[in-house]
Design a protein around this ligand. Structure first.
Ligand SMILES: Nc1ncnc2c1ncn2[C@@H]1O[C@H](COP(=O)(O)OP(=O)(O)OP(=O)(O)O)[C@@H](O)[C@H]1O
Ligand SMILES: [Mg+2]
Length: 274
C-alpha cells in the first residue's frame, strides 16, 4: 500500500450499479447497488469470496455485460458504448488480464503478430518495419524478454513465465488508462505471481495507469493497494484506503476474512526468528 503516493482525479465511477441474472426463483442479484470511484494511477483491490460478484462487476466496467440498473461514469460523463466505434474507443483505454495467459492469446498468432496487433489497436499506422520492430523490442525488453528469440514462435511454444511476461508487454504497448486483473481461484505459484505483480507495479509507475486487482487474498490487497473494496453477496460492505478498510474494518464480513490472515498489520520481527 502506498498512502503517501498522490493519485489523480476520478476517471471512472459506478453509481448504484446492479446486475441480476435469471428470473423468478432462479434470480441472482450478482451485484447490488454498488458505488465506486477509481482514480488515475491508483491501485484498487476488490476482495471477496467466491460468488460475491467481483467478476460480474469487472465485466460491467469492461463493457462486456450490461448493468441491470445504475450508471458508469467515464471521464466525468455517463459512459456511452452504444455503438461499435464508441465501444472500440472505450476499449482503447481499458484492458483486462487474466492469470491464465492462454486465455489472452489467439494460439494461431505468432508472437510478432500478437505485438503488431497491439500497434494497430493503438492506432499506429504507416510505421516502417524498423519503427515497428523498435516498438516491439522496447516492450519486450521492459519485461526482460528478447524479441528476436521469440518473434517467430507461437504462444504454446513459450514457457509459462515467458507467456506471462508477453502478456505484460502487450499492456505496455497498449498503454491503457485502466487495467483490470482478475485472479482466478486456483493460484498460480507464488513466485510467478510476485513477478507479475512487480511488473504491473513498475508499469503503473511508468504509464500512470489505474490497476483494479480482483482477489480473494485480503493480505495481498493490503500490501499492494491504495484503495480497497470488500464485496459480500453483491454488496460493497467495506471501502476505504487500505489502512482504513483492513486495519480498521467496520463490517463483520471483513473481520471474518481477516480472521484467516492473523496479525496482518504486525511488522515482521526478524530478531525473534529462529
Ligand atoms: N452468466 C451468468 N448467469 C447466471 N448467473 C451468473 C452469471 N455470471 C455470474 N452469475 C452468478 O452471479 C454471482 C456472482 O458471480 P461472479 O462470477 O461475479 O463471482 P466472483 O466474485 O467473481 O467469484 P469467484 O471469486 O469465484 O470468481 C454468482 O452467484 C454466479 O453464479
Ligand atoms: Mg470471478
Amino acid at each position: 500500500m502506498s498512502d503517501e503516493r498522490k493519485t489523480g482525479e476520478v476517471f471512472l465511477s459506478g453509481r448504484e450499479l446492479s446486475r441480476e441474472f435469471g428470473y423468478g426463483e432462479h434470480r441472482t442479484l450478482a451485484v447490488n447497488k454498488v458505488n465506486f470511484d477509481f482514480h488515475r494511477g491508483e491501485i484498487v483491490s476488490i476482495v471477496g469470496e467466491s460468488g460475491s460478484g467481483k467478476t460480474t462487476l469487472a465485466k460491467m466496467v469492461l463493457g462486456l455485460l450490461k448493468p441491470s440498473a445504475g450508471e458508469i461514469m467515464f471521464e466525468g460523463k455517463p459512459r456511452d458504448i452504444s455503438n461499435y466505434s464508441k465501444r472500440r474507443q472505450y476499449w482503447q483505454t481499458i484492458q483486462a488480464i487474466f492469470q491464465d495467459p492462454f486465455s489472452t492469446y489467439n494460439i494461431f498468432n505468432k508472437v510478432d503478430s500478437v505485438l503488431q496487433d497491439c500497434l494497430r489497436l493503438q492506432g499506429f499506422k504507416g510505421l516502417s518495419k524498423e519503427e515497428e520492430f523498435a516498438k516491439m523490442k522496447e516492450a519486450c525488453s521492459f519485461v526482460n524478454l528478447h524479441f528476436e528469440e521469440l518473434s517467430n514462435k507461437y504462444p504454446f511454444e513459450l514457457s509459462g513465465g515467458q507467456m506471462q511476461r508477453l502478456m505484460i508487454a502487450r499492456i505496455f504497448m497498449l498503454h491503457p488508462k485502466l487495467l483490470i486483473a482478475d485472479e482466478p481461484t486456483s493460484m498460480i505459484d507464488a513466485c510467478s505471481r510476485a513477478t507479475i505483480l512487480d511488473m504491473l507495479l513498475k508499469l503503473r509507475d511508468e504509464i500512470n495507469m489505474t490497476i483494479v486487482f480482483i482477489t480473494h487474498d485480503i493480505g495481498l490487497a493490503y500490501y499492494i493497494s491504495d484503495s480497497v473494496y470488500i464485496m459480500e453477496k453483491g454488496i460493497i460492505v467495506e471501502q476505504g484506503s487500505a489502512d482504513e478498510a483492513i486495519l480498521h474494518p467496520t463490517s463483520e464480513y471483513t473481520k471474518r476474512l481477516l480472521g484467516d490472515v492473523p496479525k496482518i498489520y504486525e511488522p515482521w520481527d526478524f530478531t525473534k526468528a529462529g
